[in-house]
Design a protein around this ligand. Structure first.
Ligand SMILES: Cc1cc2nc3c(=O)[nH]c(=O)nc-3n(C[C@H](O)[C@H](O)[C@H](O)COP(=O)(O)OP(=O)(O)OC[C@H]3O[C@@H](n4cnc5c(N)ncnc54)[C@H](O)[C@@H]3O)c2cc1C
Length: 471
């Protein structure tokens, strides 16, 4: 039988149920990846993430080639086009069955529905799998049969239902006979123009690299994760997010390897390891929110009351925030980290998002979009969840009156000011006693801007705006 595996956000061989099942059932296996600049743009995908995607496709092709599975990249105008492109490929290669791993964003679900209708019409079999998170999205429900909207009970249920069999992911692929054509990945015109300034050596591509990175983190840093995860200069987190976002590694693999060093315990053992697994569960929580509450994919807040908040808009402030020139050193260092690395430390994502939505009182959707446009790990569900948490519009969100003070955050989490000095070099000569909030003289001397706003006043303005919306 001729089988087709349609790769999407699962650019790996290990723990890839669609690929594995195709190998188990079919003699000849073909592979496609549908690439669409239009679609990537519609979803605000970052230029750096597309760069990373491309490199990963090259490495995926090399791995598949060793198994005699040619990877065909197909150019598309967007999701509306994909069903007919799949149809053409099926006809050309006489495919009898199609395999894919589900994506469950709104647009992706609509696309897949169209593809299924077409395959049904043509009497072509297909099998689809859940590979992005442990349980099918929407599977875990509260006692009342409702989707969870609070993290802690979700996590409890997630652990209660967990079976160690889920982690039986080892599989040895046996190479197939050569097919009569080869991959087009090297000749394909991605029409890609690099506009980012990220040093890609920070993010080597490929699933071997993802696994090495995971194991290095677990062996060297995970035990101290609880202690070090909030200090941006320590680099105490895994930086695995870009690999999870494109499915270069699976969450099952992450959990399996973490459990191995924790005696297969979720609730005891090393607190650093259990805390890290919690974060993987946060990712699963937000994917469930996206699935069960479609409004969040339509630009709407989770909390209806927040629809009436009167957001401000000031272009100069917005630009200062984007460029890392707000005059608040920790905010500026974080925003420059984003531009330099395509990534930002989690604590700082919260700091800059709160600063944007509370102190600047700008609409969270603008910040959400800017993050997507610049993050190498851009993931709709986690990004939307993070922005709605920070702006107190989301599920299980920070209460609206909880507003991080960026200077206090800076003193607490970058005590020595080392992180600030790395990303805001104009402040490198300042002592740690002044670097978090330089005086007017220091600012002049360092050619560093005055603060764009008054923290106290802007805090009260935000509380007022939220209170009015709530009343
Ligand atoms: C405003 C805002 C926007 C965000 N946007 C994204 C995004 O687009 N893509 C993204 O992957 N994460 C996003 N996050 C979550 C988090 O900041 C990143 O996942 C994390 O910083 C990635 O670094 P790491 O791999 O070293 O994480 P680690 O601390 O090593 O955690 C391991 C993994 O757990 C998951 N994780 C960790 N924290 C969270 C969280 N708060 N929510 C959901 N999953 C989490 C990630 O998959 C991460 O790779 C956002 C958070 C905020 C506050």
């Amino acid at each position: 039988m001729e089988a087709l595996v349609w790769f999407r956000s699962d650019l790996r061989l290990q723990d890839n149920p669609a690929l594995r099942n195709a190998f188990e059932q079919a003699k000849n296996v073909h592979a496609v990846f549908i690439f669409s600049n239009n679609q990537l743009k519609k979803h605000n995908e970052a230029n750096v993430k597309i760069d990373f995607l491309k490199s990963n496709l090259f490495l995926l092709e090399e791995k598949l080639d060793k198994l005699n599975v040619p990877l065909t990249i197909i150019d598309s105008d967007g999701f509306d086009n994909d069903a007919s492109l799949i149809e053409q490929f099926i006809e050309k290669k006489n495919i009898k069955k199609v395999f894919w791993n589900n994506q469950f964003g709104e647009d992706e679900a609509i696309r897949d529905k169209l593809v299924k209708i077409l395959l049904d019409k043509k009497n072509i079999d297909y099998e689809t799998y859940n590979d992005q998170i442990i349980y099918e999205p929407g599977f875990l429900k509260t006692g009342q049969g409702l989707p969870y909207s609070v993290f802690t009970p979700f996590k409890r249920k997630w652990i209660e239902n967990f079976e160690m069999d889920f982690l039986d992911i080892e599989y040895r692929y046996e190479a197939r006979n050569n097919l009569d054509y080869s991959s087009n990945v090297r000749d394909f015109d991605f029409n890609y123009k690099k506009t980012h300034q990220v040093n890609m050596e920070l993010w080597p591509a490929g699933e071997d690299e993802a696994e090495t990175r995971l194991l290095r983190f677990l062996n060297e840093k995970a035990i101290d994760y609880s202690k070090n995860r909030n200090d941006p200069i320590l680099d105490g987190t895994s930086r695995i997010s870009p690999y999870l976002a494109l499915g270069i590694i699976s969450s099952k693999k992450c959990i399996l390897e973490a459990l191995k060093i924790n005696n297969f315990e979720f609730n005891s053992g090393h607190i650093g390891v259990t805390k890290w697994i919690d974060e993987i569960v946060w990712r699963e929580f937000y994917k469930n929110i996206m699935f069960s509450f479609p409004k969040v994919s339509k630009g709407q807040p989770f909390q209806d009351y927040s629809k009436t908040i009167l957001w401000r808009y000031n272009e100069d402030e917005f630009n200062a925030w984007k460029e890392g020139k707000t005059g608040f050193p920790i905010v500026d260092a974080a925003m420059r980290q984003l531009l330099n690395e395509g990534w930002m430390h989690n604590r700082l994502r919260m700091v800059v998002a709160m600063f944007f939505t509370k102190n600047m009182l700008h609409d969270w959707r603008l910040g959400e979009a800017y993050f997507m446009q610049n993050l190498i790990d851009g993931d709709f569900a986690s990004n939307n969840g993070g922005w709605q948490w920070s702006s107190s519009t989301g599920t299980d969100a920070a209460p609206y009156f909880r507003i991080f003070n960026p200077i206090t955050q800076s003193t607490n989490f970058d005590k020595e000011g080392t992180f600030i000095k790395k990303y805001v070099p104009e402040l490198k000569d300042l002592d740690k006693s002044v670097i978090h909030n330089p005086s007017i003289e220091h600012r002049k001397y360092c050619k560093y801007p005055e603060p764009i706003l008054d923290l106290k006043e802007s805090r009260l303005r935000a509380i007022d705006a939220f209170k009015t919306a709530k009343s």
